[in-house]
Write a protein that binds this ligand. Structure first.
Ligand code: SF4
Length: 114
């Protein structure tokens, strides 16, 4: 049995996931908790937030994030790509700086103008 706190909404239900019973989830107050509990144990994903270098702007780095969650095992590779990236000002919030990262259908986007 695994125990997790559901982070899908602020209620924070305490989930119990029975790994020996086809990842049966209990303790969830709604179906989203069941989906979250199973995914978190079977295929965990995270939204990556970071900063990348930018030339000719007010600051030396600009915040970026994935526009959806990526598999946890890809986070290190994602950070390596971001460390090599350098943007040139001006940049608008939401600009795609890396398209379709790792063929996941997910982009890296800026989160502010600069
Ligand atoms: S199980 Fe549903 S109600 Fe409970 S924290 Fe998750 S999303 Fe919120």
């Amino acid at each position: 049995m695994k125990n997790l706190i559901c982070i899908v909404c602020p209620i924070g239900c305490h989930l119990n996931i029975d790994v020996e019973d086809n990842y049966k989830v209990t303790g969830n107050a709604c179906p989203r908790g069941e989906k979250y509990g199973k995914e978190e144990l079977l295929t965990p994903k995270r939204v990556v937030t970071s900063t990348v270098k930018i030339k000719g702007a007010l600051y030396e780095r600009i915040p970026v994030k994935t526009n959806s969650a990526i598999p946890k095992e890809k986070i290190f590779q994602c950070m390596e790509l971001l460390n090599k990236l350098e943007l040139i000002s001006p940049v608008k919030m939401g600009d795609v700086v890396i398209e379709n990262i790792f063929d996941l259908g997910i982009d890296i986007v800026t989160t502010r103008d600069m």
